[in-house]
Write a protein that binds this ligand. Structure first.
Ligand code: SF4
Length: 67
């Protein structure tokens, strides 16, 4: 699965980073950066927690062949 963030919805509160710091990181300008767009067996549980934690529903998972 591929991780998509709607940056128009994101309010840079860092909850996703708290759940999955290997994937999400707020930079020095409080802009959310993704270390990877790809879910793996190692990060999928944390990514799902980040999806659930985001109060803006800004994170979604899509099939790799979807845009
Ligand atoms: S939890 Fe959602 S709103 Fe908060 S920084 Fe992550 S994507 Fe943005």
């Amino acid at each position: 699965m591929r991780i998509k963030v709607d940056f128009d919805l994101c309010e840079s509160n860092g909850l996703c980073e708290a759940m999955a710091p290997d994937v999400f990181e707020l930079d020095d300008d409080d802009f959310l950066q993704l270390h990877t767009e790809q879910t793996t067996a190692d990060n999928i549980d944390a990514v799902n927690q980040a999806v659930a934690a985001c109060p803006r529903a800004a994170i979604s998972l899509v099939e790799d062949d979807e845009s």
